[in-house]
Design a protein around this ligand. Structure first.
Ligand code: UDP
Length: 242
């Protein structure tokens, strides 16, 4: 087994990573792929915290507005979507005999326990994967901010921000500009100065203040979660060091 650079990680995947890029909510192959890589990491004693978005099901601000919903309700619906996704991953990891718990910041006692960082940390030490569902538990935030928050609370070595089909942060939108250049390293200040769209501003401010390192990488490349933890993925690293 190749050397793993990070011991405790917080992996953020968007809800879309569970689909197949079309309108399908869940794609078996995509989900199995993520879960098998997590299994490999756990076997290698990497401690894995996971935040999953809900965008494959519902994005509060965008979709709620379309049908005239109050933003708060629409956002709570988005948080519920993240819990659905957490249950999918929980189930699939269990099928692979990976020990896993789901903690949620939005209480829903029948299916998940409430978020409690001390329990999360002791669970890592016992070899469990901890899935953090329900986002931050508050409307007007995103799961990127939840990931920054949880990564800080569990004292993760790195926040792995998985993107779907983009292998880092570019100076221009790489889907539109063929000559867009990928940054190999950025400081948080660069993100603000250059107004780069990596994650929402709340999340990036939080990472900056917590001095948390982020790796932005493409989850669609084969075994790239594993490669990211080995520090071998094509990626952009964001940190306070320049
Ligand atoms: N959301 C929220 N507060 C949070 C996290 C998420 O209100 O702390 C809602 C918000 O409406 C968001 C939706 O949940 O659009 C789904 O989360 P996100 O868009 O971050 O999912 P992703 O794009 O990563 O799949």
């Amino acid at each position: 087994m190749e050397q793993f650079k990070y011991k405790r990680i917080l992996l953020k995947i968007s809800g879309e990573a569970l689909g197949d890029g079309s309108n399908e909510l869940y794609n078996n192959e995509s989900i199995d792929n993520v879960c098998q890589q997590i299994q490999t990491l756990v076997k290698a004693k990497v401690e894995v915290g996971l935040v999953i978005g809900g965008g494959n099901i519902w994005r509060g601000a965008k979709q709620g507005e379309k049908i005239g919903l109050k933003r708060i309700n629409a956002d709570y619906m988005g948080m519920l979507a993240t819990i659905m996704n957490a249950l999918v991953i929980e189930s699939k990891l269990k099928a692979l005999n990976v020990k896993v718990i789901v903690q949620t910041s939005l209480e829903i006692n029948q299916v998940a326990e409430p978020f409690y960082y001390k329990k999360a940390i002791s669970s890592f030490e016992k070899g469990y994967v901890c899935i953090f569902a329900g986002g931050t538990g508050s409307p007007y935030f995103t799961t990127d901010t939840a990931a920054a928050l949880r990564a800080t609370e569990i004292n993760a070595d790195i926040l792995l921000m998985a993107k779907n089909g983009v292998d880092g942060v570019y100076d221009k939108d790489p889907n539109i500009n063929k000559n867009a250049i990928r940054y190999s390293h950025l400081s948080y200040q660069d993100i603000t100065n250059k107004q780069l769209k990596v994650m929402d501003l709340t999340a990036s401010t939080m990472c900056m203040e917590a001095n948390l390192k982020i790796m932005v990488f493409d989850i669609k490349v084969e075994n790239n979660i594993i490669k990211a933890v080995q520090n071998k993925a094509i990626a952009t690293i964001i940190s306070n060091q320049n």
